[in-house]
Design a protein around this ligand. Structure first.
Ligand code: BGC
Length: 591
């Protein structure tokens, strides 16, 4: 095959090669009809397909839970199945690459894209990203592991220079990418907009060639984040293969001139062409003619996945699950208008949306509904609040659908605080003062401060659960499903406690990662700092006993390989899943 690819490249003119390493338009690669090279299409993901067609409209697809939720399942098989379902939809829409997963580390809870990202922990990030890639690629559809690397903030994202020490890079910011590249071989890797230690990723030879290809053995192609390229020839030399979106030849002359004047060896351009061409030719063969998928089945699966992603944070005196004989006062506009996905390039057009109210009606539950607060304003609306308080007093149990309105968090900007809108906090405090039992469901992409956490009975973190989140919530609230998600990130008491607080988002196009490897729980634990809910936390409706923990040692390649096993027994009355977490540390290292 390699030789075959080289033979084709040998037949290409310099101009054709320069054109081929640049996209045709926003979503396609350049075809070369003379040589029988087709054009392939890529679209955004990562939690569903965002195929935008020529007239600008987005084709409908199944919206699965966003990354923050998916990672809270800690379930490799689930994520693989989600990936496979997205791959099936990609086949049906003749898409060759789905742009994702997004494997950046959650350095600060403020990052506007945290909803898409997986975890503050590099091991969990790597395992989840790997599983997503394996799932999508099992359908012969490529992925694009993004954004390589350290795209951990949206403020100044196109130009910020991130100053990161080598140990933090290796142990935190590169580690998840390393696992995903080595163990799942993504078809492509997308470089990020930012610079690391002085060099933009798009022309960063150290990351794109030395680390990615030479150390980790990556053999797909590197694509630029959309519009990340500034010096085109320098980027080719550094190991950037495909420029996206197409710039209608803007940079072709620059590459050609660099080859002709000897500053860019033609062999480097040939390598970029070979990397892209190997994929394009395979992708054309991998396309399944007439592929289709069942929308109903995918919606059912989206519901199952969403239920696995939600995390029960608190459940005093087992208020949850509700009894079917209880009448519940459902309060909060999110019950009617669910917030189930994030804003920006991952925003898809769902083929169905089930709100909590739809699901409760369908399941024949006893409830009243009051809006409680407006999603458009942060001011408490006294009339709406009075109506909600009255409904709560009558029912004795209030279920508050709280969360972040869409404009609070999105790709393109970071949050500036970690609070819920004040009207929601005030309403919850007033409900607690009424002496009724209160359960709060949160719909948000990243942690929020919870000033009323000690006063309410139950808190269920639903994240952005995708199109079937309302149905999944109803399943969890009434015990049809058991909560088995665990936090993939810490909920600090307040923003000021976060280790990046003094150095986020930086200033004047520069940010220093002074906390080094002490990211997320590594910091809180070391400082013995109390947090609202720790990494790994999550309750269940059932209980588990851990029995017969065994550690066995075997010698492998001059290293000791330890295997740990434990028997987990469900000792409660309901079926459920448990996440076994094992934390290890080198005894003589500081972190
Ligand atoms: C985003 C990427 C996305 C691309 C294409 C960029 O702005 O950072 O995540 O895949 O646009 O929409």
């Amino acid at each position: 095959m390699k030789q075959g690819i080289r033979d084709i490249v040998a037949q290409m003119t310099l101009q054709e090669k320069c054109a081929f390493v640049c996209g045709l338009d926003k979503w396609h690669t350049e075809p070369i009809e003379r040589l029988g090279i087709p054009s392939i299409m890529m679209t955004d993901g990562p939690h569903g397909l965002r195929k935008i067609v020529e007239d600008g409209h987005t084709v409908q697809a199944t919206c699965f839970p966003a990354g923050a939720g998916l990672a809270s399942s800690w379930n490799r098989d689930l994520i693989k199945r989600v990936g496979a379902a997205i791959g099936e939809e990609a086949q049906a829409e003749e898409i060759s690459i789905v742009l994702g997963p997004a494997a950046n580390i959650k350095r600060s809870p403020l990052c506007g894209r945290n909803f898409e990202y997986l975890s503050e922990d590099p091991y969990l990030t790597g395992e989840m990203a790997k599983s997503h890639i394996q799932g999508v690629q099992s359908q012969n559809v490529g992925t694009s592991l993004k954004h390589f690397c350290a795209n951990n903030q949206e403020t100044m994202r196109m130009r910020v220079d991130e100053i990161i020490d080598e140990r933090a890079l290796r142990e935190i910011y590169l580690a998840g990418f390393e696992t995903a590249v080595k163990e799942a071989a993504p078809a492509t890797v997308m470089c990020s907009y930012n610079s690391v230690n002085g060099t933009p990723l798009a022309c960063n030879k150290r990351f794109l060639t030395d680390v990615l290809r030479e150390e980790w053995g990556f053999d797909g192609f590197v694509v630029s984040d959309w519009g990340a390229i500034k010096q085109r020839a320098e980027c080719v030399a550094a190991g950037l293969d495909l420029e996206m979106p197409g710039t209608k030849g803007t940079f072709n002359d620059e590459i050609e001139a660099a080859v002709l004047n000897g500053t860019l060896p033609e062999s480097k351009l040939d390598e970029a062409v070979e990397h892209i061409l190997s994929f394009v030719l395979d992708a054309a063969k991998a396309q399944k003619k007439g592929a289709s998928y069942s929308k109903e089945e995918h919606d059912r699966f989206a519901r199952e996945a969403a239920a696995e992603c939600m995390v029960l944070l608190k459940n005093e005196d087992e208020l949850l699950p509700f009894n079917s004989s209880d009448t519940i006062a459902v309060i909060g506009a999110f019950a009617e208008t669910p917030r189930f996905q994030g804003g920006g390039s991952s925003h898809i057009q769902p083929n169905k949306v089930t709100s909590l109210l739809d699901a409760l009606k369908e399941q024949g539950r006893r409830f009243t509904y009051s809006k409680g607060f407006s999603l458009e304003s942060d001011e408490l609306d006294e009339a709406l609040a009075a109506e909600a308080l009255d409904a709560a007093r009558k029912a004795g149990i209030a279920l508050v659908m709280a969360g972040l309105p869409a404009h609070y968090e999105s790709e393109g900007y970071d949050r500036v605080h970690m609070q819920l809108p004040p009207n929601q906090n005030k309403l919850i405090a007033r409900l607690c003062a009424e002496g009724v039992r209160v359960a709060v469901v949160l719909s948000n992409g990243s942690p929020v401060e919870l000033p009323w956490a000690d006063w309410v009975d139950s808190i269920l973190e639903a994240y952005l659960g995708g199109q079937a989140s309302g149905a999944a919530l109803a399943d969890l609230l009434y015990g049809e499903a058991n909560p088995s998600g665990r936090l993939a990130e810490t909920f600090p008491m307040r923003l000021q406690d976060n280790p990046s607080y003094l150095n986020f988002p930086g200033a004047q196009n520069r940010v220093e990662y002074r906390e080094s490897v002490f990211v997320g729980y590594r910091y809180y634990e070391k400082k013995e700092l109390g947090v609202r809910f720790p990494f790994g936390h999550g309750l269940s409706y059932t209980s588990f006993a851990y029995e017969t923990l065994r550690v066995s040692k075997e010698r492998m390649n001059e290293r000791d390989l330890l295997s740990v096993s434990v028997t987990v027994r469900n000792t409660g009355k309901r079926s459920g899943q448990e996440v076994v977490q094992l934390y290890i540390a080198a005894p003589d290292v500081q972190a």
